[in-house]
Design a protein around this ligand. Structure first.
Ligand SMILES: [Zn+2]
Length: 110
């Protein structure tokens, strides 16, 4: 049976999660850089709109990094092999939840 998320997706998320944090830092720093560059160039900029957009983009990338990081750095739950027990009548191995032995057909009392 195939896993729901292949291991390659976890490896890709391990690279993408730090990159999303880097993008968030860039968006948080963007208004400051634009302000500095605009002042140096003598340009007037709609600064409130720029700050709002940068904050939304930065928070979005922080959330994305957190989701990807949670996916990438948590292990997939290990599959437990089905537990087998021995039949009390013939000793044959059978699934734990069996109510009757598939070998000797006798009922199992538990
Ligand atoms: Zn049996």
């Amino acid at each position: 049976m195939t896993e729901r998320f292949p291991e390659a997706a976890r490896v890709a998320a391990r690279f993408a999660s730090p990159l999303c944090l880097w993008m968030a830092l860039g968006w948080f720093a963007y208004p400051t850089m634009v302000q500095l560059l605009g002042a140096a160039a003598g340009e007037s900029i709609n600064f409130a709109e720029l700050v709002t957009f940068s904050l939304v983009a930065g928070v979005t990338f922080v959330v994305l990094a957190a989701v990807l990081g949670a996916f990438a750095f948590t292990e997939a739950p290990a599959r437990q092999p089905p537990q087998k027990i021995a039949c009390m009548h013939c000793g044959a191995q059978m699934p734990e939840e069996s109510r009757a032995c598939p070998h000797c057909r006798k009922d199992i009392p538990w």
